[in-house]
Design a protein around this ligand. Sequence first.
Ligand code: CP
Ligand code: NVA
Length: 306
Amino acid sequence: MNLRHCIKVDDFSKDEIIELFELASELKKKFRNKESYKPFKDHSMAMIFAKPSARTRVSFETGFTWMGGHAIYLAPQDIGLGTRETASDLAQLFSRYNDMIMARVYSHNDMIDFEKFSTVPVINGLTDYNHPCQILTDMFTIWENKKNNFNNLKIVYVGDGNNIVNSWIRLSSILSFDFTCVCPEGYEPDNDTIQFAKSKNLSKINISNDAKESVKNADVIYTDVWASMGQKKEIDERIKVFSPLQVNEALVENAKSDYMFMHCLPAERGREVTDGVIDSSNSVVFEQAENRLHTQNAIMVTLANK
Ligand code: CP
Ligand code: NVA
């Protein structure tokens, strides 16, 4: 069996992504019906967290446990990644104890070392560069809401060109949609990633700083915090730069009336998004957060070939 990892969204082909969504949908029904499903009986997974988390930790731990396995949470102070021990040594160590590794780290190079040195599947739970489980979940949520059809979708992200955006752009190299990132000058997503996705000639990718114009006819408006984990000390400066890009009631008026509001969460309410938008009937943020569980279960089952 080929060893497979989920380090970036394009570790899956288009057909595999559709299969993943079909499986996630099946597992969602099973989980909600409290059916017994134990493909990971007698298996364990090491979950390495160098950064904080609510959704990623709880959804992976809940999902792996429901599927019959034992998930072990390792907090930042437990591991000392890069200070006490290297990613390459940890990957080799946990490959001997565990059947799967899930990691959330700062440097994407550490994630690449996990991938390179592990002999069990590695799942990326977020790096400074990307967040594949989140964006696969987000597209699954859109796929469910749009009745399994995401042709001609207009997705507009408003905010910082961060790890979330890099993953959206990578996804646009596999699935076809119209993607716009509205961000202030100097806060654009990774340029190599933009060039890589553009070279596939599959999706329209736009970088803009005009939020009002960009959200016209949007099917999805997505935002995220203005300062990601590791950047929180820059928040005062960022508030000044990003305030014109707040997703508020006036901005979303320009989108389609049935547009979906999405946010990976945690949200800093009153900053990047107003309560009026995140609590509106267009908002799917909690469905989206729930879907982390089901999509990741599908990812784990697929990688382990269960
Ligand atoms: N969206 C997300 O990954 O949330 P956490 O940081 O709480 O895991
Ligand atoms: N961009 C955010 C996403 C959190 C899920 C961060 O990296 O902090």
